[in-house]
Design a protein around this ligand. Structure first.
Ligand SMILES: [Zn+2]
Length: 525
């Protein structure tokens, strides 16, 4: 179990799940919890049992299906209703019976919210906190308190907001997390209020939303001011602008402030874990995310490339390996010889000066025609291989392809593609049907090659992007297609450019399959 002196508390499954468009099944929640435990967080808030049937089921299944190594589960819920005993409140009973070792109670700390939303007196709100905390403690659970709207409440009535903290701490709450529920705070003012809260001698935590773009900065400022418990969500999920990104918070505290929060080897899994969670949530990963984004350590070389070659640390704030990320060089028309050489080395090729010169020429020529290798690493590697090996060596040769789009009587659009290929001395003709021309071509190619290359079954097209590029000097507009593919372990992107969108798609598709076969260790034969 993690050290109790400083808490890393995840609320992805409760607060993060409020994000627009995010919808987690119980199985999804269990999967996310396993990933978070793999990172080494101390607490995972699983949801609100009793108030939400899915969350009740999560806690029930967690008891048998989750084997947590680091984290403890926390059940979230409200203080008892006004005018009843905590022991008699069915929602408090659901928390008690959740099986979670920790209960996090949300309580009002803003006087106006007590009167307008809760419609009770300030005194009764304090009694609700006191009674619920001490009841759950007596029943054997550890209790944290989320002081909702704490900062706005402090500004409205500081004496009352602080009284809420004292009351909860005296009743036995271990931590009172100060919540910037509306997310409107800035670091300097927030830090002053946290300092004042710490003076009550209650143990203080911090829960920030990102409405000012300061959720992580606010969290760090609160820690500096004395908070010893940080809350946040995987990948910064959450409603509106999201919650504090727990990955950024952990990396900052551990790598910049010297906190020992998660094992080093788990921190080195953070990039993988951040992406694995996006697979579960089905939210497109933010490539610019600090530390874990695919662009977080990507350099558009140009001017800097030759210096990066000498000492990469001059151009990055940490060694990306510490968070399991990689430095990447982007090949662009801005780039000269140095970045092409560097990219070649990153891919494991020692290029001769002659190869480098040829490659730079080809990249410049292709980029002037609308190709982009920045976003299409795999296409660049294929180009590099062609340059090094001197000839086009491929796993298959294309004789022709054709696509028909048909609107049926029922109004349905069906695409049918036929490809004619040569591979391993055979001529293969295959036909595929799909909901669109590219989908039909993809199916036809797989059908044609699956007997010779069964590993193609693992290849998947995960993203397809089309961009129309303006024509210049009186030429027609052209279409650029980027296809992202994956197998079980990696993703790669390929690019095609043509006047015709299907032609551009075909180029990207053909390279995607070729690259997939190279990855699978297939020789060209
Ligand atoms: Zn919140």
């Amino acid at each position: 179990m993690a050290d109790d002196r400083f808490h890393v508390y995840d609320t992805t499954l409760r607060d993060g799940a409020q994000q627009e468009g995010l919808n987690l099944t119980v199985a999804d929640k269990l999967a996310v919890a396993r990933h978070l435990d793999g990172l080494g967080v101390g607490f995972i808030e699983g949801g609100w049992p009793g108030a939400n049937p899915k969350d009740t089921e999560f806690f029930r299944r967690a008891q048998t299906e989750l084997d947590l190594k680091h984290a403890q589960l926390a059940a979230f819920g409200a203080t008892r209703r006004a005018g009843v005993k905590a022991a008699d409140d069915p929602l408090v009973a659901a928390l008690r019976e959740s099986g979670a070792p920790v209960v996090t109670l949300v309580a009002k700390s803003h006087d106006r919210h007590v009167e307008l939303a809760l419609r009770t007196t300030l005194q009764e709100n304090l009694a609700m906190i006191r009674d619920t905390v001490s009841h759950l403690r007596a029943e054997g659970q550890r209790v944290f308190l989320d002081a909702e709207h704490f900062f706005d409440g402090y500004k409205s009535n500081p004496a009352y907001a602080l009284e809420v903290l004292r009351t909860a701490a005296e009743a036995g709450a271990d931590v009172i997390a100060l919540c910037d529920t509306n997310g409107g705070m800035l670091p300097d003012e927030l830090a002053e209020i946290v300092q004042d809260a710490v003076r009550t001698s209650a143990r203080v935590g911090i829960h920030c939303h990102d409405d000012t773009g300061c959720a992580v900065a606010n969290t760090l400022a609160a820690v500096k001011a004395g908070a010893t418990h940080v809350q946040g969500c995987a990948n910064g999920y959450g409603e509106r602008s999201g919650n504090a990104n727990l990955f950024t918070v952990v990396a900052n505290l551990q790598l910049k402030r010297g906190f020992d929060l998660v094992p080093q080897e788990s921190l080195a899994e953070m990039t993988r874990i951040a992406h694995a969670i996006t697979e579960v949530t089905n939210v497109t990963p933010n490539s610019h995310a600090p530390y874990v984004g695919t662009s977080a350590f990507a350099h558009k070389a140009g001017l800097h490339a030759s210096a990066i070659k000498v000492d990469p640390n001059l151009y990055q704030h940490i060694d990306p390996a510490q968070v399991g990320n990689d430095m990447r060089m982007l090949v662009s028309d801005m780039a000269g010889r140095a970045s092409v050489e560097l990219k070649g080395r990153e891919l494991g090729y020692e290029l001769t000066p002659e190869h480098t010169r040829t490659l730079v020429e080809r990249v410049k020529d292709l980029e002037s025609r609308g190709f982009t290798f920045e976003a299409a690493d795999a296409s660049f590697e294929l180009l590099l291989r062609d340059t090094v090996h001197g000839e086009r060596r491929r796993h298959f040769e294309v004789e022709s392809w054709r696509v028909i789009v048909e609107r049926t009587k029922g109004g349905e659009l069906v695409s049918e593609a036929t490809v004619k290929l040569h591979a391993k001395g055979e001529r293969i003709v295959a036909t595929g049907e799909g909901n669109g021309p590219v989908n039909a071509l993809d199916k036809a190619v797989r059908l044609a090659l699956e007997k010779l290359y069964p590993e193609l079954a693992k290849l998947e097209l995960v993203d397809y992007k089309v961009r129309i590029l303006e024509g210049t000097h009186g030429t027609d507009a052209i279409t650029r297609v980027l296809i992202t593919s994956s197998d079980e372990t990696a993703e790669w992107a390929t690019v095609g450019v043509a006047e015709n969108i299907i032609d551009a798609s075909w180029q990207a598709l053909e390279q995607a399959v070729t690259y997939g076969l190279l990855r699978a260790g297939r020789d060209c034969g």
